[in-house]
Design a protein around this ligand. Structure first.
Ligand SMILES: NC(=O)c1ccc[n+]([C@@H]2O[C@H](COP(=O)([O-])OP(=O)(O)OC[C@H]3O[C@@H](n4cnc5c(N)ncnc54)[C@H](OP(=O)(O)O)[C@@H]3O)[C@@H](O)[C@H]2O)c1
Length: 247
């Protein structure tokens, strides 16, 4: 079947295009670099013609609260309208575990808005909630840096390899719409401050990790289980140590 990946040039998108292409699907990697822009609608109708499934793994580099809200609301509205016009039968989107528990963060509020638009649209859908990607954890440390100190809350943390995320999203996209959500997480649950203490040591990073129960995560205060799945979740197989050794 024809599957369009919005954000097909991105970290997860490129892995999805490769994986589902190898499984025999007709893949379209759609993003501004291939002439498809979900903010303006440019190229969308052409890309979606004949598509059965659309996977949205797009993202914006601008994490400013107003900009990110505008990105996810506008792009999702345009995308869902184009899918309705093209007769697409399954909209798959990648979101984040705990999104609805982290409304203190502008980025998470934007993901909540994206999910609400999907849930209230007519298009059958699946929402995949993933924990933090291994590829993103340096960005978390940088965002939490204050001088030469990295302030991290002592909460549960269960990051996952991008490759494991792509496998799970590909499986969902090839199946029937869930009209609901599914959670995916890494194979190991650890304390977030301890994870970063050993990660920075493995990176030979001189910054010091300070345990701070009020440390914010992209603007949101955390409680013990905000970042990890509550209840059933599909677990990835690659550990952070294995992933890091392979870089
Ligand atoms: N980071 C995490 O730990 C994490 C955890 C769970 C879920 N997620 C979610 O996972 C998703 C994918 O993240 P990622 O890290 O793979 O993203 P990424 O590597 O930053 O890639 C973003 C993609 O979006 C495309 N894009 C940007 N603006 C666009 C537009 N106007 N129209 C169409 N495409 C556009 C980019 O295209 P160009 O290359 O052409 O600019 C690129 O292909 C995001 O929705 C994020 O919220 C992330």
């Amino acid at each position: 079947m024809k599957i369009v990946v919005i954000g097909g040039s991105g970290l997860i998108g490129a892995k999805l295009v490769a994986r589902l292409g190898e499984a025999g699907h007709e893949m379209v990697a759609a993003s501004p670099s291939t002439g498809v822009d979900t903010l303006t609608g440019a190229g969308l109708a052409d890309a979606l013609t004949g598509a059965s499934v659309v996977i949205d793994v797009s993202n914006t580099a601008n994490f400013d609260a107003a900009a990110v809200l505008n990105f996810f609301e506008t792009s999702t509205r345009n995308l869902l309208a184009a899918e309705a016009a093209a007769g697409v039968g399954h909209h798959v989107a990648l979101s984040i575990v705990g999104t609805d528990r982290l409304s203190g963060s502008g980025y998470f509020r934007a993901k909540i808005a994206q999910e609400k638009l999907i849930e209230s649209s007519e298009i059958p859908y699946s929402l995949v909630h993933a924990t933090q990607f291994f590829e993103f954890v340096r960005g978390i440390a940088d965002n939490a840096t204050d001088g030469d100190v990295v302030r991290i809350a002592p909460v549960q943390f269960q990051p996952i390899a991008g490759e494991d995320v792509a496998r799970a999203v590909a499986d969902v996209a090839a199946g029937a719409p869930l009209n609901g959500r599914t959670d995916i997480a890494g194979p190991q649950r650890v304390r977030m401050d301890e994870f970063f203490r050993s990660a920075l040591s493995a990176w030979n990073d001189p910054r010091q990790v300070v345990t701070d129960e009020h440390a914010r995560y992209f603007g949101a205060e955390l409680t013990e289980l905000n970042l990890v799945p509550i209840g059933e979740a599909t677990l990835g197989t690659v550990t952070y140590a294995e992933w890091l050794a392979a870089q």
